[in-house]
Design a protein around this ligand. Structure first.
Ligand SMILES: C[S@@+](CC[C@H](N)C(=O)[O-])C[C@H]1O[C@@H](n2cnc3c(N)ncnc32)[C@H](O)[C@@H]1O
Length: 283
């Protein structure tokens, strides 16, 4: 028991394991995720519906979207943004590896008769062939990736962008990192929990990696007949760090906001939203 508790609470090496696929595609957990996406009054999986409406409004005006414009959304979930963008007249493509979310998004697309193509895949494996006016990634999904994965993703996003196109995304700021505390919590859930329908035990350990400004929420879930380990990594950025990372990949920050609703940037914000353009447009 003591050895097992040591293992559960052990701090892993940074980015030692990528468990996002299990988090978003486990048959039970992905159903709970979809419920959260579709709940208009919680900020879990997707943000609240009034926030999404305000951000679609900002994106519409800032990028002059409408007929003749094409948008690709990385990590589109059940299509809360893609649906609205298609309703503005844009041609839209959504990428997500959650089968459950993409199935829901496809049902909605048929019901509403919209011009959206959904691809159920890992966006790190996406082969960009067409280019889009706008590339989006919303709700800080960029931050869950390792340094190498972000590099791969930026290359894919850049290849998905028209020559004068833009990328719009949000990330967690270093301010948010300062408020995170390390520790371990334990919970017994008798039934119908987020992780399992049966009786189960959850250990949640939070770790910080100060040199990299990365946090980890490590969940170890014990059911009667299986154990699951989920590692949720999160990288927190300063604007300088973001700027260097984008410049190394041939892009530059054109605008900075405090969120994807276009709220003016404030240094105390937990979120940094950026509009990126190609650095080499003059060549
Ligand atoms: C926090 S949710 C945000 C969903 C959506 N952008 C929104 O704001 O409503 C992150 C989404 O990214 C998807 N995702 C995470 N990693 C992915 C990957 N490597 N490839 C494809 N989809 C991924 C998840 O399935 C999930 O739907």
């Amino acid at each position: 028991m003591f050895e097992q508790l040591n293992k559960i609470t052990e701090k892993p090496d940074i980015y030692s394991c990528y468990t996002a696929e299990a988090l978003w595609n486990d048959p039970y957990i992905s159903k709970q995720m979809l419920k959260n996406h579709l709940n208009p009054s919680v900020d879990i999986a997707s943000r609240k519906s009034d926030f999404i409406d305000a951000s679609v409004n900002f994106i519409h005006n800032r990028f002059n979207l409408g007929e003749g414009k094409a948008v690709i959304d990385f990590g589109c979930g059940p299509g809360l943004y893609t649906t609205c963008l298609a309703q503005l007249g844009c041609k839209v493509r959504g990428l997500d590896f959650s089968k459950n979310s993409i199935d829901y998004a496809r049902t909605e697309l048929e019901r509403l008769g919209l011009d959206i193509e959904y691809l159920n895949l890992n966006y790190l494996d996406y082969q960009a062939q067409e280019t889009f006016d706008l590339v989006t990634m919303i709700y800080c999904d960029y931050c869950v990736l390792s340094d190498d994965q972000r590099k791969t993703l930026l290359k894919i996003m850049k290849n998905s962008m028209k020559y004068n196109g833009h990328i719009f995304m949000d990330v967690c700021s270093n301010r948010m990192y300062e408020n995170i505390e390390e520790g371990t919590a334990f919970e017994l859930i008798v039934k119908d929990g987020f992780w399992s329908a049966q009786r189960h035990y959850v250990f949640k350990s939070t770790f910080k990696y100060d040199i990299n400004r990365v946090s980890l929420e490590k969940y170890t879930i014990f059911e009667n007949d299986r154990n699951i380990e989920i590692l949720n990594w999160l990288k927190y950025f300063t604007i300088n760090e973001l700027s260097n990372e984008f410049e190394e990949n041939g892009m530059e920050i054109l605008e900075v906001y405090s969120d994807v609703r276009g709220t003016p940037y404030d240094i105390t914000s937990d979120i940094i939203a950026v509009v990126l353009g190609r650095k080499d447009t003059s060549y």
